[in-house]
Design a protein around this ligand. Structure first.
Ligand SMILES: [Fe+2]
Length: 287
């Protein structure tokens, strides 16, 4: 089964969102949507999400799923906004509870912040399957970048979130709380056991040395041959050393503080105060 995949690129956060469509009908899923956020002014904007809503409506699609590959630290999810307009169930990995526990503490959330994943419609675990129309999706738990990362394998297409990036860029960082380069290596090996012709759709692209165009589609075979971090059977120890050294040099993503607070709530803002105003916190010297 070959789903029709349409990509939506957000250059502000280098995120690729996808609409994945059953070629036999009108059912689709939206993977990793973006709610635009201007940190300086604290303002949200729905330009990116509206492009997806418009695409769904123009093509008479039925959104069955809003799939999150993980709790993103670099952009806010627009899943609830899209759900309100065109429906769909919001799904994420069941290890979201670990992420909620970690960041519930970092942001000193009160007991009203549930850490049981109940903000989401569906918690997926390794080996689960689901359907988009007649098309089957399978869930691989692929932690390492975060504890809750999933890869969604839908027909011949794998949506790998932040595990592998394009072969010339490599792999995702592993230095967020709960991240582990050893774990990511094992998860990547799991992805690379898929058939070589499996299409891989990555969660971000940043261009790469010698490449001045954004790109987001590759294959398992290409990753095995060409990925600069794990290709040609790179040994685990070499990968772990490289990844940890590189991560030590990386700055935090610009939107990590608002992203985590919103995305651990399935893309919802914290509860408004008694006047109806919404606030995000900035924990000092905590992240
Ligand atoms: Fe991420």
């Amino acid at each position: 089964m070959t789903p029709e995949v349409t990509a939506f690129f957000d250059e502000a956060t280098f995120t690729i969102s996808y609409v994945v469509r059953d070629p036999q009908g009108s059912a689709c899923a939206v993977v990793d949507s973006v709610l635009d956020f201007d940190y300086a002014s604290g303002r949200t904007d729905t330009r990116s999400a509206d492009a997806i809503v418009k695409f769904v409506q123009d093509n008479d699609l039925t959104v069955e799923w809003l799939l999150e590959s993980h709790v993103h630290a670099d952009h806010l999810s627009a899943a609830p906004y899209i759900q309100e307009r065109v429906g769909g169930k919001i799904g994420i990995g069941d290890n979201i509870t670990v992420v909620q526990d970690t960041f519930g503490k970092v942001f000193n959330e009160g007991t009203e912040f549930q850490r049981d994943g109940s903000q989401f419609d569906k918690l997926f675990k390794e080996g689960d399957s689901f359907h988009i129309g007649q098309m089957r999706g399978d869930v691989l738990h692929t932690p390492g970048h975060t504890p809750a990362c999933l890869t969604y394998v839908i027909g011949d297409a794998a949506f790998v979130g932040d595990t592998l990036f394009m072969p010339d860029f490599g792999t995702a960082r592993c230095d967020f709380p709960g991240g582990s380069s050893e774990t990511l290596y094992a998860s990547i090996q799991k992805i690379l056991t898929l058939p070589d012709e499996t299409r891989i759709f990555v969660g971000h692209d940043y261009k790469a040395p010698g490449r001045d165009e954004y790109a987001w589609e590759t294959t398992v075979g290409e990753q095995k041959r060409l990925n600069i971090h794990v290709g040609e059977g790179k040994a685990k120890e070499d990968f772990v050393r490289m990844r940890d050294e590189r991560d030590a040099t990386l700055a935090m993503p610009r939107l990590i503080i608002p992203s985590l607070q919103v995305n651990m709530r399935a893309g919802n803002m914290p509860e408004p105060d008694e006047k109806g105003d919404v606030f995000l916190k900035v924990p000092v010297n905590k992240i």
